[in-house]
Each structure stands twice: as structure tokens, then as C-alpha cells.
Design a protein around this ligand. Sequence first.
Ligand code: HSE
Length: 383
Amino acid sequence: MKIGLLGIGTVGKGVREQLAGREDMGIQRILVRREIPELGELATRRIEDILEDPEIDTVVELMGGMEPAYSHVLRALRAGKNVVTANKLMLSYHMEELLQEASARGVQLRFDASVGGGIPYLYNLMRTRRTDEIFSISGIVNGTTNMILDTMQSSGADFSDVLAQAQRAGYAEADPSSDIDGIDARSKLCIAASVAFGKYLHPEEIAVAGIRNIASEDVLAFKRLGYTCRLLVRAERISENSVCAFVEPTLINPLEPESTVRRNDNLIGLVGRRIGQQYFFGQGAGKDPTAYSVVLGLTEIQAGERPFDGWMLDGRATVDNSQLIHRYYVRTTTRLSIPAEKLRGGGGANLYLTSPLPVDRMHALAASLRLRDPNLFFAGVRG
Ligand code: HSE
């Protein structure tokens, strides 16, 4: 196998290291944004040098972001090359078109590394679907926010200090807003839910709340209430063509499995009709685990294995978040117009625990209250 590598950032370097010394596959060219003299002849700034090279049969896209990654992947598939990508943002918007293109050209599009880094989660969703029906998926899919929440709650550390630590360790996105605002988690949920339910979701239909506004008063309140806070994703089948799907900081009992997930680890689950609840745990970010998943995809393409069959996804599903109901913790300087218990604490703000309400209602309410209180923070309460 001869590989054209697009991007040589953290994960790209990991792939290069993990392929070193292999005789059955190797990197033929690397697309770079700026000159990297030590790469010598391997480096090129022209995508055509990869797309038009008949010896390159497989493209590994690790540039991240929407463009030019999307155009490059589409062109690579059209040129009859297999593609392996870890680009969750781009896939969450273009998965349908790209999988159809791969299918039409008889090549593979592998995206194992796009959700859960080194954890074999998407692969097992597909496997489970061969003989079972998946009712719901949920879990922790963003390492940066888990590290922030875990460290804030366990050692009282400051939000920005932990974020800087995650950036240094290479977990955080180039623009860490997408981690702390829940967009990275939304992309991953969109991909995983599409795979789980066999219908493509649109990422912008998924409700998302992040942790940008979490403050030390919130951490103190969680402690008093006896909860642990984690950024969770959840999607559940509602009907043949609709699912509920949302990303929220969530307060959970300290004995729940998600509460025990420390630092940047991920824990992602599924519930199937026959198989019941299953969890997959491990390193969801970082150079080596993510590169491991990419190399595994390459190895399976080389072996002719096709776990991601195109027929397993067909048509679109809409998101309906009116059916799922739970309580919410809210910190705001405004007054809540819904039934809620007022909690003590909060510094200059009010803390509330609401009565159960639908997910779509809370997200709409938060959007309107933020016009007057941009620092409002809310979290779902499970159980
Ligand atoms: N920024 C992501 C995270 C990287 O923190 O989980 C892995 O997708």
C-alpha cells in the first residue's frame, strides 16, 4: 500500500512513526501547508502530486477542519483512492456524500479514529448492528473537557490552567472553543448516531451546551448536591426517522461509570435490544492512540476487510428533543420563569434545580436568557 498523507500535525507524526519499518505499506508523499526542509522530497504543497500519482492507492487525511480537507477527500475518492480520515468536523457534515462516493467508486472510506481516538467504538457499533438493534448511545467523547471538569472538581484547579495543560499535551483542538463549547463532541455524536441508527443526522440539528461558563460556584454546588459533572453526549431512537440527540454538561451520581472517568479518558456506551448496555473505555485523544486507529484502518483495508458497509446507512433522520425529559441545574443572574427549586450559594447569581423539562425547551430557554446573562451555565441532571 502506498499512502499519500495530508497533514503532518500531532496525529500525522504519530502515523509516520507507527508506519516506520513496515514493508507492506509506506508513505509516498506528504501534503504540507508550509515548507518542512527535513521531509525533503516526501513533502509537497500540491495536492495534485498525490491525487495524480497512480502508485498512491490510499489517502490519509489528518489536516482537520472543513476546507480544504473536504475537497481533497472528495477528489481522492473520485480518483479511486481509499481514504482514512480522523476529521470529525468535516465528516459530520459530509459523511453521506463521501460514503456514497466511496461506494460508487468501489473504494473504502474509513473513519474509525474520528470518534473515541484509539477506542474501537464505531467499529463495534457497526458490528453490533449486524445482528442487533441499537436503542441509544451515550458517553464522554471529549478528552479536553473531561480533563477540565475532572481536575476542577478533584483539585479545585482553574479552568484556563487545565485548558492550557490539555493544549500542551496535544488533546485540545487547534481552536479550543470547539472543545469547550461542545462542538467537537457534537461532531462525534453526529457520526456515531448516524452509524448507530443507520440514518444520517445533520450536526446543526443536535442541541449543544458546553462548559465555557462553568465557574467555581458551580463546582461547589455540585459537591453540596452530591453530584459529579461530566460533558455527556446522548442519542436515542424515537421513531423510524427521528432521534433525540444532544450534548450537555450533566450531573451524575458519583457511583455511575462516567463519574469515574478521569483526566482525558473517554467512555462511550451503547444499548442494544439483545446485547443490553455496553461500554468502551480508553484514550479518546492524543498522538499515539489516534494514530493507532488510523493504522488499524489502513491494515484492514490492506487485508480487504470492509466493516463499514455502505448499505448500513440509508436516508436521513431528524432530531426531535421534545421527548426526553430531565431536571436541570441552572446558574443565572436572571430569574427563571419555570418551576424550579432555588439552591443556596452562587455568589452574585441565582442557583436553581428545575422540575423535569424537555431537552429542547431548556436549550431554547437558555438561548433566550443568555441575551441578558451571557455567563449563564446549565447542566442536565441524570437520575
Ligand atoms: N480535542 C479532542 C478531545 C481531540 O479533546 O477529545 C480528540 O478528538
